[in-house]
Design a protein around this ligand. Sequence first.
Ligand code: G1P
Length: 277
Amino acid sequence: MIRKCLFPAAGYGTRFLPATKAMPKEMLPIVNKPLIQYAVEEARDAGLQNMAIVTGRGKRALEDHFDISYELEHQIRGTEKEKFLASTRELIETCTFAYTRQVEMKGLGHAILSGRPLIGDEPFAVVLADDLCLNLHGDGVLAQMIKLYKKFRCSIVAIQEVPRDQTHKYGVIAGDLISEGIYRVNTMVEKPAPEDAPSNMAIIGRYILTPDIFDLIADTQPGKGGEIQITDALMKQAKNGCVLAYKFDGLRFDCGSAEGYIDATNFCYEQLYLKGL
Ligand code: G1P
């Protein structure tokens, strides 16, 4: 079964400079909780307990976040502020956290391959923390994908329809509809121009990957932007066997853009924070 979740978190976050100059972009808060914590909570809620985080230089705050801060906790013990640390505490107590560094920035495929020593030879999930996915009315996106994995036992990517003029920001798939919201992928292109896009179904930052993906990535040449793309490795997997694309239930905010970040903040403030969730 799937136990581990990989979080590629080595990127520089240049779109959010200067905020991300000395702080990891994954630590940007949506109201009072950092993006990485939303991501870890989604994985935990899907039943995954082993968190594997691919970091880089300047990312120490991620490790400190999922650790005990003795001074701080001593200071607020017995006060009503203690409750603000409860959610982080719970994660520390119920999950394990392992880290490795991506030494050179060579793309998402390369980041996932850097996580191989933490994953080993078993299927795993991947969450990109700057795609914040929320489903207030049922299972989170990763939990939905894990259910699907139990049935099909192959790699799965989450997808969402985007306006045609946005395809250049995403991996884009095309495939055969096998049941409602589920496609068997036969084409996959990284960041195509609208006229080259095989559809308007974009890959969102949630993946379930079978471990044969590692050898496929290791064999993948740099693609779009000179980077080693997970999309290209998945395309090989789709040709050899099967990759599914799943139109998930829920909302997705692109927190790598200012607009998505503000939308996420407003939504979480109104729907979660004000309601004490
Ligand atoms: C990555 C992937 C892309 C995917 C996107 C989802 O791109 O390469 O296929 O659609 O994540 O957020 P990035 O946004 O890291 O450039």
